[in-house]
Design a binder for this molecule. Structure first.
Ligand code: PGA
Length: 254
């Protein structure tokens, strides 16, 4: 179902006590505790069970992993399966983040397998798509994200696709301080929703949550979240302190 969602992607940051303190600060803030925004926190794998445990009874909060392995289980030393993530108490998993695509050579075909194994374990995939600067400058951005969805998600039946959250993250905006303009964000989100409409129909496309990510912060979140097709944000840098993250969560218009 289409919802307002803000996800904290801590990436490879925070030790255990520091992370748990941040969770406490966010989850105990009375101004966001009972609003209608779903708040998801994605710490590292090693802290996932502790964060999930802390959020267990916090209304409107959930824990997410930042990645999962693409097969069910087996001899893959050092890897973490979707089943392990679910057993740690997480409900979400980020799949296909551009840093995974770029530094770990994850391609659309591999990501399709990750989506499958996540869904098989009742995890909600937060599927990241987005073009790099070269593609944007060559005016290929629409086609790039369409291909990413086609090759990693379009094998899903409508009932499974409906469980997926899409995160549009232009690679040139991630961690750079450069944010997509409202015009660029709304243009792309509208494109994504209309592509989903073409493939799965109106009922599914209008119910899909599409988040924006890439230098989203308290200064720009309000105008981005006001866009008709932007349902929230995937937040990196600004999720690493409570004040900024809470301000982003409070950036939805009433
Ligand atoms: P950023 O990261 O907010 O630091 O740009 C977003 C992300 O990579 O998910």
């Amino acid at each position: 179902m289409r919802k307002k969602i803000v996800i904290a992607n801590w990436k490879m940051n925070k030790g255990l006590s520091e992370g748990l303190q941040l969770v406490d600060e966010i989850a105990s803030d009375s101004s966001i505790r009972s609003n209608d925004v779903l708040k998801v926190i994605a710490p590292s794998f090693v802290h996932l069970a502790s964060v999930a445990d802390k959020l267990k009874n916090a209304n409107g909060f959930a824990a997410s992993a930042q990645n999962c392995h693409h097969v069910k289980n087996g001899a893959y030393t050092g890897e973490v399966s979707a089943e392990m993530i679910a057993s740690a108490g997480a409900k979400y998993v980020i799949i296909g983040h551009s840093e995974r695509r770029q530094y770990f050579n994850e391609n659309n075909e591999l990501l399709a397998q990750k989506v499958n194994v996540a869904l098989a374990n009742n995890l909600v995939p937060v599927f990241c798509i987005g073009e790099n600067l070269t593609e944007r400058n060559a005016n290929q951005h629409l086609e790039v994200v369409t291909r990413q969805m086609k090759e990693s998600l379009y094998h899903l039946l409508p009932a499974d696709f409906s469980k997926v959250i899409i995160a549009y993250e232009p690679v040139w905006a991630i961690g750079t301080g450069v944010t997509a303009t409202v015009h660029q964000a709304q243009g792309m989100h509208n494109h994504i929703r209309s592509e989903i409409n073409k493939k799965y129909g109106k009922e599914v496309s209008s119910a899909t949550s599409i988040l924006y990510g890439g230098s989203c912060n308290p200064q720009n979140a309000r105008e981005l979240f006001a866009c008709i097709d932007v349902d929230g944000g995937l937040i990196g840098g600004a999720s690493l302190n409570a004040e900024d993250f809470i301000a982003v969560i409070k950036s939805f218009g009433s």
